[in-house]
Design a binder for this molecule. Structure first.
Ligand code: SAM
Ligand code: SF4
Length: 464
């Protein structure tokens, strides 16, 4: 077991309750519907033009459906489906670009991070990918710094020969491969047959092309997974030595995600086996030298995420853990979320409503939230706990000119059961997540989430 993690299945089971992943605070469920373009325009007007930019483009198309999938995607084999979408995407990019003010040097602030996510961005043809990147590069100034991150999510089954080379030529330096599980029976049950040899091939191609960082996504809790079967998947993956690993927990919510209705609930591993799989992941990855960053993410110690964490420079936003917390995040495409100054803004989620807004020369914003000072204080606490496992009251006092121990008294009291279980240390200077509490850090964050407390109170009063 890692020197920084303590595995206690009974405690984990006891604290196991659904909760936010805190890629934002307030979380997206608190965003409010917009009635006009005004909030988005206000966000751009109030934005500090010197802040660098992080761009997220959502490419929703997939050629096949994976039955577990909870992403916002459009499943189609019709390649022409992407054409009108790309036109709309460019229209949105152009409209938002026109709202950006220039920085003190007279230019637009540089783009330090770009991420193409989905869906499956390589659903787009090579020409479409090139055209999209040319379009972006004509408008924005892409940073040439060594720390700039240009990344793309890739389904290994949807990678044409030559596409990786093209991506590298266009400046992408990170890839994230969706793998999920290598066991054939599991793959069949989720309709994602993807031989191990294919994963090996795409890994070695990316290495040969000099991608700086390769991430692999796995999921635990899929149908027919057993401790032994997932152990074998882990052995193969560890041998491939990705720089980062995301190990997501499969939550079976067929009433919410239609494709999941094709998964037979009886085929899912029972709760104790699922927990044992997670335990095995942690042991195996720690033994293989991976560092647990937090919230499903592992990285090799030399990876920038692990380094940033050790330096106290890690951030968390809609990109998950990131080293680019200094950027304003501009989202494009259906369901994408922007974080600009004090604003969170989310786009409409369906292709039809997204098109309707843009065709009416409006922005496709669906929801927004302007954060309050209280949100900022709590966001700081949550981010520090998730990223660095500790929060110094003095720092918070200085940053927000408050007496934080008093200000957060109610939330701190809610941490007492976790303190009594040895999961957090509450000293006179700081809150610290213990090694025993690392896998439950989200529960500690939930104590500071006033919206969650409010909803829970409402639910409680309804129940009685
Ligand atoms: C947009 S996909 C990645 C790119 C590409 N579409 C692919 O599947 O290879 C993002 C990731 O979300 C994860 N994911 C999707 N649905 C999930 C679910 N219901 N539970 C847990 N993880 C899920 C998968 O690990 C997947 O690789
Ligand atoms: S996991 Fe990836 S490829 Fe599969 S349906 Fe979801 S977005 Fe598409």
């Amino acid at each position: 077991m890692s020197e920084h993690l303590h595995w206690d299945p009974l405690l984990i089971q006891r604290y196991n309750r659904p909760g936010p992943r805190y890629t934002s605070y307030p979380t997206a469920v608190e965003f409010l519907p917009v009635e006009s373009d005004q909030p988005e325009q206000d966000a751009y007007t109030q934005r500090d033009p010197n802040r660098p930019l992080s761009l997220y483009l959502h490419i929703p198309f997939c050629r096949h459906v994976c039955y577990y999938c909870g992403c916002n995607k459009i499943v189609t084999r019709d390649m022409d489906r992407a054409l009108p979408y790309l036109d709309l995407l460019k229209q949105e990019i152009k409209a938002k670009h026109a709202m950006l003010k220039t920085a003190d040097d007279g230019q637009l602030a540089p783009v330090e991070q770009l991420h193409l996510g989905g869906g499956t961005p390589t659903f787009l043809t090579d020409d479409q990918l090139r055209d999209l990147m040319d379009y972006l590069k004509a408008l924005f100034r892409f940073s040439e710094s060594d720390t700039a991150d240009f990344s793309i999510e890739i389904d290994p089954r949807e990678l044409r020969p030559g596409t990786l080379t093209l991506l590298r030529e266009m400046g992408f330096n990170r890839v994230s491969y969706g793998v999920q599980d290598l066991n054939p029976k599991v793959q069949e049950a989720v309709n994602r047959v993807q031989p191990e040899s294919m994963v090996r091939d795409v890994m070695s191609q990316a290495r040969a092309l000099g991608f700086r960082s390769i991430n692999i996504d796995l999921i635990y809790g899929l149908p027919h997974q057993t401790l032994e079967s997932f152990d074998a998947t882990l052995s193969a993956i560890i041998e491939l030595r990705p720089d980062r690993l995301s190990i997501f927990n499969y939550a079976h919510l067929p009433e919410r995600f239609k494709p999941q209705r094709r998964i037979n609930g009886d085929d899912l591993p029972p709760a104790d086996e699922k927990l044992a799989i997670l335990g095995r992941c942690i042991t195996r990855l720690s033994e293989a030298g991976y560092h647990y960053v937090g919230m499903d993410h592992f990285a090799l110690p030399e990876d920038e995420l692990a380094v940033a964490q050790s330096r106290g420079e890690l951030h968390r936003n809609f990109q998950g853990y990131t080293t680019h917390g200094n950027c304003d995040l501009l989202g494009f495409g259906i369901s994408s979320i922007s974080q600009i100054g004090d604003y969170y803004l989310q786009n409409r989620v369906t292709e039809a409503t997204y098109a309707e807004a843009l065709n009416a020369d409006s922005l496709p914003t669906w929801k927004q939230r302007q954060v309050t000072t209280d949100d900022l204080i709590r966001r700081r606490v949550i981010t520090e706990l998730l990223c660095h496992l500790t929060l110094s009251y003095d720092q918070l006092d200085q940053e927000f000119t408050i007496e934080s121990r008093e200000y957060l008294a109610d939330s701190l009291e809610r941490l007492h059961p976790m303190r009594d279980d040895g999961l957090v240390d509450l000293t006179s200077n700081a809150i610290r997540i213990t090694d025993k509490g690392r896998l439950l850090v989200r529960n500690a964050c939930m104590a500071f989430d006033t919206y969650l407390q409010h909803h829970e109170q409402q639910r409680f009063s309804k129940a009685i």
